[in-house]
Ligand binder design. Sequence first.
Ligand SMILES: Cc1ncc(COP(=O)(O)O)c(C=O)c1O
Length: 375
Amino acid sequence: MTTDIQALFHRPEQGVYLLNHSVGCLPGSASDAFQSHFLEPWKQQGSHAWGQWLENLTRFNAALASLLNGKSQQFCPQTNLSSALTKIVGSLPPASAGQHILISERDFPSMGFVIQTLCKRFGLKPRFIPHGADLTDLNRWDDMLSDDVWLAFITHVQSNDSLRLPVADITGLTKKKSIISVVDIAQSAGVVPIDLDAWQADFIIGSSVKWLCGGPGSGYLWASDEIIAECEPMDVGWFSHQNPMAFDIHHFDYAVDAGRFMGGTPSIMPFTVSAESIRTLDRIGTETIFQHNQKLINHIIAQINQGEIRSPMQENRRGGTLAISFKDNQKAMQAMNHAGIFCDQRSEGLRFSPHIYNTEEDADQLVEVINRLKI
Ligand SMILES: Cc1ncc(COP(=O)(O)O)c(C=O)c1O
């Protein structure tokens, strides 16, 4: 099975590719789709390509809906998580001055930049869950979700150590306390099974560049049915209109669904690629991908004779990345580069992320390099 699946992706020909937390490998079908669903219609039809181009956005939303158990009309293509978060917060009925946005010091820094900027603009205050707090502790969340919190930002899987948060339990708390929830699935979509229906969050934001193998530029937001009607995005355009072709400059009606977050003439290219990538991964199945990924991570953990594991040891508490800290991480990184192991270095050490197209031999090669390290 793995051999067939491997053939579906273009992997770098040399070395062992374990950087899937950064950029997932291009599926052959996505490369073909770019040619047939974007370039060919343009070549053959010029402006009349728009019909087919827009279908690519519909396919993108439908692919996400199937993968994440949502509805197509709840998704809206976005450039990246940062801009999606800015649009979401700017679209909501204003919070009372002095209210807080809750975020963790361990969240991806870009999310913190957005939240602090928005707080300044809207008279709100950021409140950080301290770095050392156990983000899986519901009592801690219960304490932090106090009366003066307006919105909580929750990262499903942390990018540095791959800690996985119990999102459904946390959004259960935010719901009970009428606090708006925004969940970041950048590091989980495509590798950890997600059921949006079960989560009951208000908003989800994500990208396709990592485990979804869809390249940069094809982010997305998801909004619950209940909250969409309350959202009035500031960043609008004719594609946010219920009827983009109405062309009456004096009359603007927000689209009834998440399409209200579209804005002006949409970008098509990145979504043409990622729609097909997401469909490919969905056909394989996230549960299958997760099992394979965890098997390889466990295999590596069991075989190495040095390095401190900084990711959780329990599968139900971690995402798809294995972070290992060595005595000298810089030297370890040099050894990885030398041996052709694709990985990177962050605060918790080196990050290794096996996807469905990685094999036990890949894991063994990594183990061999680690066990030979002289640091
Ligand atoms: C957890 C998490 N959130 C967000 C991002 C990226 O955000 P943006 O799409 O705005 O660049 C990353 C990128 O590594 C991430 O790991």
